[in-house]
Every structure is written in structure tokens, then in C-alpha cells.
Design a protein. Structure first.
Length: 144
């Protein structure tokens, strides 16, 4: 098993921790020397009284309805130091949203690897967005 598949399998397992009724995402962040720095899954902020209620159930994909959870990538980045994130790789079980991609770029993440056929609700962010903004972040896809 290659390292990308190995780390993506850990991201898939991490997604299982999410209580979201709409979509379950998992993320693993790996340092440039191949060490797991952090993991995260999408969910409500710590201490939320109703962490299983999803206010977006039934809304169309990409709707501007209420935001009720923190994305898995964001959760994982919040539990790492800026120094650890430099030149790291993010493995995420679905395509990252623009906000998470911009923050990853701001933290000097080198690569984002996601599953090609993952069902998700985050839109169709592609390499064109990264190129349009001139971001130095590389997207790679693993077949799902």
C-alpha cells in the first residue's frame, strides 16, 4: 500500500467520528517528513448543546443556508502549530471548499489529496481556482 492510500484510509476512519447527518468528512495532516500531525472531522464546535442536529438537512448543495459545523480540514489545522503545517500534506475524504483551501494556502500547506468520486456537498473546487488565485498548493486525486 502506498503512503497516499495509507493516510487516506486513516482520513476515512476519522470521518466515522463525525455526527453530521448530511455528510461525513475526515482529514489527516501529514508533515513533510511523513509524520501524522493532526486529524479532524466535521462537526459542531466543542460544547455545542445539540451536536447531532443538522440545520442544513434538505438544503440544496452549495446553498447559503445556516453554517452549523466546522469542516474537517479546519478542525485538523486548528490542532496543529503553524510551524508543523508548513509544507505538510492534507488528506481529506472529499473535495475541500474554497475557504479551507485558502486557509491551507495561508498556512503554507504544500498538497491537498482528496478522493475523486467522494460524494459531498462542497462544490466543485478544482485546480483552476488555485491557479486563478496563484496559490502554491498542489491538488492530487485518489480514486474512490
Amino acid at each position: 500500500m502506498d503512503k497516499d492510500t495509507y493516510f487516506m484510509n486513516i482520513a476515512i476512519a476519522t470521518a466515522g467520528r463525525s455526527k453530521c447527518q448530511r455528510a461525513k468528512y475526515g482529514t489527516v495532516i501529514v508533515s513533510k517528513d511523513g509524520r501524522i500531525i493532526s486529524t479532524g472531522y466535521n462537526g459542531k464546535p466543542r460544547g455545542a448543546s445539540n451536536d447531532e442536529m443538522c440545520y442544513r438537512i434538505g438544503l440544496p448543495d452549495n446553498s447559503l443556508g445556516p453554517i452549523c459545523c466546522i469542516h474537517s480540514e479546519m478542525n485538523a489545522m486548528l490542532f496543529a502549530t503553524p510551524e508543523e503545517l508548513q509544507e505538510a500534506t492534507i488528506y481529506v475524504t472529499g473535495i475541500p471548499c474554497q475557504d479551507c483551501t485558502l486557509i491551507a494556502a495561508q498556512m503554507f500547506i504544500a498538497r491537498i489529496v482528496y478522493i475523486k468520486n467522494a460524494e459531498g456537498h462542497r462544490g466543485n473546487l478544482t485546480g483552476e481556482f488555485v491557479e486563478e488565485y496563484g496559490l502554491r498548493i498542489k491538488f492530487e486525486v485518489i480514486n474512490g
